[in-house]
Design a binder for this molecule. Structure first.
Ligand code: MN
Ligand code: MN
Length: 464
């Protein structure tokens, strides 16, 4: 049983909408290369679509009603949006969930050093990366430095045409005989992922500072640009990501090549579906975009935190009907598409896949009944009844979809956030977009799958 290629079904109108979606997606990726930047962009788009801050609603003592649109943000890194439906919230919500953090290199708290008149920032990688992929590429710095007085300084270096970029070196091939004997896991070590940021010494320094004249010059530049000192790195969150904009890929322009598509491809399409909902829904629609998935959904802004539960409690309060039982029911009666990227079948590495149960570029949104590894360990295994309901909704709205699992049995595996939402007793299934070279600095997706994901999410919000 093979699923059809979605491209073959498109009318001219479909193709036009597909291109518009792909363009909006590329802009979203360019505006959001960190979880903080994503939240800023999501809130901007939500407010433009008539969403207001749930905290402000609570503070003003207003009561919400069907048709109202609100959002809540936690620590600038996790966001939930709600479009209030005509049914009681305790009857459950239709929830689109995805994550907005991506693998990258984080700057250490004490990062700056000089060696032989070259100046570096030391990093600790975030999430699962093949370290050898991150050397000899144009890299950018994105993030914040928070000064002791609380001032938040936003940093973006390496994105504008005339910005400098930063860089990680590799050993020249001529001297690499020994390095090339190492396994790929060790050929570039985590501790050697240091970012080259300067080589020009500051002139006329007092004798005690002359030894680190390049570092002194970098510190002078940081002082000039941002008004920060070396100590301010202690309270900074600076992320090193590939520099440059999302691009179309292929002579036929059928794909998107960009950094951070895991999982911003699902986050963007979920957001777009939510914002394009013009009718008042029956069940309250929700879009939940979370942080920290790549390191186990931990912390106050990850899916394991109480952020979502607390926000739904606030929402019940704003609807004038909070009780502990209403909260439990609202969560238990909900349905969720927990979206994360799937491993796209790659002909160059077919041995890692089982062809009948792999995700293919261009065949639409992927449903993963289960994820996990070594005998489905760590997986949320969606209920067959729920899978049937989702099939019915997708088919009813001409959504191209396929089913898959992550690679061959026992080749590897991976987890998502579905199992955490499932703890409330709600129906959850993993879904998402197939990606080639997942977690690489530049990942590949199909425009058709991006378009089908948005269609799928819109259908889900309407019917689930
Ligand atoms: Mn992911
Ligand atoms: Mn991932």
């Amino acid at each position: 049983m093979e699923r059809k290629n979605a491209w073959l079904s498109y009318t001219e109108a479909d193709e036009k909408e597909l291109e518009a979606t792909a363009k909006g997606y590329r802009d979203f990726l360019d505006n959001g290369k960190t979880e903080r930047e994503c939240v800023t962009e999501i809130v901007r788009q939500a407010e433009a679509a008539g969403y207001t801050d749930l905290n402000a609603v609570l503070k003003e003592g207003k009561t919400l009603k069907a048709g109202d649109k609100v959002y809540a943000v936690g620590m600038k890194k996790i966001v939930a949006m709600f479009h209030i439906g005509t049914k009681a919230l305790s009857d459950g919500m239709s929830i689109l969930c995805a994550h907005i953090d991506s693998p990258r290199l984080d700057i250490k708290q004490n990062p700056l050093y000089e060696d032989t008149s070259l100046c570096y920032l030391d990093t600790h990688y975030y999430g699962g990366v093949k370290k050898y992929q991150w050397v000899t590429l144009p890299l950018a710095i994105h993030g914040v430095i928070v000064k002791k007085d609380g001032t938040v300084v936003t940093v973006t270096v390496g994105e504008k045409e005339d910005d400098p970029i930063v860089y990680i070196t590799d050993l020249l091939i001529h001297l690499s005989a020994k390095q090339l004997q190492k396994t790929a896991a060790e050929v570039i070590e985590g501790e050697s992922l240091d970012i080259l940021i300067g080589s020009r010494p500051l002139k006329d320094l007092p004798d005690d500072k002359k030894k680190e004249a390049v570092k002194e010059n970098v510190l002078r530049i940081l002082e000039d640009m941002y008004g920060v000192t070396e100590e301010d790195f202690l309270s900074a969150e600076l992320e090193i990501v590939p520099a440059g904009r999302a691009r179309e890929c292929g002579l036929d322009r059928s794909m998107v090549a960009a950094y951070g598509q895991d999982d911003r491809v699902c986050a963007y399409t979920s957001l777009a579906a939510m914002l394009e909902m013009d009718e008042v829904p029956e069940r309250t629609s929700c879009c939940l975009l979370v942080d920290k998935e790549e390191i186990g959904s931990v912390g106050a802004t990850g899916m394991q935190s109480r952020f979502f539960e607390n926000t739904v409690a606030d929402l019940l309060d704003a609807l004038g009907g909070f009780s502990e039982q209403a909260l439990r029911h609202a969560l238990k009666n909900s349905s969720m598409l927990s979206s994360d990227v799937s491993a796209g079948f790659d002909p160059a590495y077919q041995e890692a896949f089982e062809k009948k149960n792999a995700a293919y570029l261009g065949r639409g949104i992927v449903l993963n009944k289960f994820t996990g590894s070594r005998g489905k360990s760590g997986s949320n295994d969606a209920n067959a009844e729920y899978v049937a309901r989702i099939r019915r909704i997708f088919d009813g709205h001409q959504v191209s979809f396929q089913t898959a699992e992550l690679g061959k049995v026992d080749v590897g595996g991976g987890g998502t956030i579905a199992y955490i939402a499932a703890l409330y007793g709600m129906n959850v299934i993993d879904s998402g977009v197939a990606v080639l070279s997942m977690h690489a600095p530049w990942e590949i997706t199909s425009k058709a799958d991006i378009y089908e994901a948005k269609k799928a999410y819109k259908a889900f919000l309407k019917e689930a």
